[in-house]
Design a protein around this ligand. Structure first.
Ligand SMILES: [Zn+2]
Length: 175
């Protein structure tokens, strides 16, 4: 479900639909779940197709994954992918100072997903894990950052030191 909320942040009509249908989804209402799956496939396809015209759009699907993969990796893969993506999405929203991030956190919680770790990994180990990602070889790190629901941008040149400063501050503030 972490991936579904991620798609919702990329596509506002899906986000609103998820908010309206979260109870039915939790109750595993079959037709609602089927609709949800179809909507998700459509969004993924639309992004992959736009990638053919405008290069790099496919990167949008990595929203929440750069921070998320670091969490997943540091947990020794004890944290499931969907949960790591949820946590990574919240990091990306905080980094981007995203508007409406509270709505996203509420939806994650409605689906029983975490928004943070009780005991976060150190800023240094997070950045190190992010740099070990093959997509971030070399100096700077690519982050997919949401401005608001439906407005998400790819930032290819975020410095490890800036990310580390952010993580330290964020962990201190959310203790
Ligand atoms: Zn994923």
């Amino acid at each position: 479900m972490g991936e579904v909320v991620k798609h919702g942040v990329l596509e506002p009509t899906l986000f609103t639909w998820l908010e309206k249908n979260s109870e039915k989804i939790l109750k595993r209402d079959v037709s609602t779940i089927q609709k949800m799956l179809v909507k998700n496939i459509e969004i993924k396809q639309a992004i992959v197709e736009s990638d053919e015209k405008e290069s790099g759009q496919r990167m949008l699907l990595n929203l929440g994954h750069t921070f998320g993969h670091a969490v997943e990796q540091l947990s020794g893969y004890a944290i499931p992918h969907g949960q790591a993506v949820a946590i990574g999405l919240v990091y990306a929203m905080a980094y981007a100072r995203m508007e409406e991030s509270e709505r996203v956190v509420s939806l994650l919680h409605a689906f029983g997903l975490p928004s943070h770790l009780e005991t976060p990994y150190s800023a240094k180990s997070m950045v190190k894990a992010m740099q070990s990602d093959k997509k971030n070889r070399g100096k700077n790190i690519t982050l997919v950052l949401p401005q608001t629901i439906g407005e998400v941008h790819i930032h290819t040149n975020e410095t490890p030191s800036k990310i580390e400063r952010f993580l330290k501050k964020y962990h201190d503030q959310n203790r």
